[in-house]
Design a protein around this ligand. Sequence first.
Ligand SMILES: [Zn+2]
Ligand SMILES: [Zn+2]
Length: 467
Amino acid sequence: MRVRFWGTRGSIAKPGPRTVRYGGNTSCVEVRGEDGTLLVLDCGTGAHELGFHLMANEPQPIRGHLLIGHTHWDHIQGLPFFTPFFVPGNEWDVYAPHGLVQELRDTLAAQMDYTFFPVALNQLGATLRYHDLLEGEFSVGSVRVLAQYLNHPALTLGYRLEADGCSVVYSTDHEPHSRQLALGEECLHGEADRLVNPEERRHLEFIAGADLLIHDTQYTAAEYPARLGWGHSTLEYVVEMACAARVRRLALFHHDPMRDDAAVDDLVQRARDHAARVGSDLEIFAAAEGQILELGGGAGGATRDTGPLREACRKLPAVPRGSALAPCVVVGLEPGPVRTLLVTALEDEGLRVVVAGGDAGLHEAVHRDAPSLIILRQGDADTDPLAFSRRLRESALATSVTPIFVVTDAEDPALIAAGAEAGVSEWLLLPFSGPYARTKVRAWLLRGRDGWDNAAKPAEGAGLTGA
Ligand SMILES: [Zn+2]
Ligand SMILES: [Zn+2]
């Protein structure tokens, strides 16, 4: 595979004399398979120059695949200016995360609404096909694509590309699940087994053994406390994860708009020092606009077996916002600002929210509403979330597999490990924002379609015991 960076900046384009070396354009990366398969990762402002390059150098008509991680501005702003989309005869497949109510085509059309742009999406000359993605995998030419959710306040997919015996992982706009790792207070010492958070382990497995990892490193641990919940990684976290995952090369990416070239150089040096302390031979550099990497002669073990194929391109039935058919979330928290924040965020997401208090109330809600997701809080006097989770998992109810989130004030590794044993799916570490909570909920509802399947099922089987 060949990789070329056309945009490396995060959040907003930042051209100027202080960003010439690493570049000012936002996310856009070109990847080529050896058979010529053309993939473009994200369509930030870097896509403008890529478009002209393709028009001048590519055999016409152009056939390509655009994989969008998420539809925040810095990842799609180049789309209305991507010349190959305007030329009849060109054919493009466009992929992005599946929404709950809105389809990808409508989301992209919205940014080209008459108010914002003179040409509408349906007036583009090229043939565009839209694919709403869930977690899973699919093939594009010779390239196998694995998609997995990242942790960001908008539903975001990371992409792992495998071809020609090597692998590239594109993982940008991702916040650590573990706050201690993000703050550099916790070290893995190169050992993946030290990770206790199940979601963090999934992320590590996703990047494991990559020949090239392109990862969001927008912040440092020192900057992170003021940017909690903004959905980005710290350098310290990424180096720890990459070392433990036995990644070969790490490209620092999604450079903060406030970080000039000298500051990015400094980041690279700090990352290299950190990897040396861990005793890792991880190769580290900062992605620079125009930079080309040839990957080949992979180590052989770079591709991985993910078990049964989960098809990533799927159409889910549309669910009217807030309707009786919308997935139900049971919020079992005591009254207070956190419960109010959750209820508001989930209703904004179009979900049906049922507030239930205490073990008896929860028991009734689980039977009556067959929830697609349950949220509890560690420390509430009325309910012990781990005991509830254990009982539900052991029950014969159709909802025994329903994801359970637990809100907690402090990240306690012993508690998280006990939660994993008890069947807790996800931890919401305070403080968090509404967009952050609703994205986590949305990701779990879309996983495996459980959200829809449960909504359609009546409660059945033996009840919860010991409630
Ligand atoms: Zn971004
Ligand atoms: Zn974003």
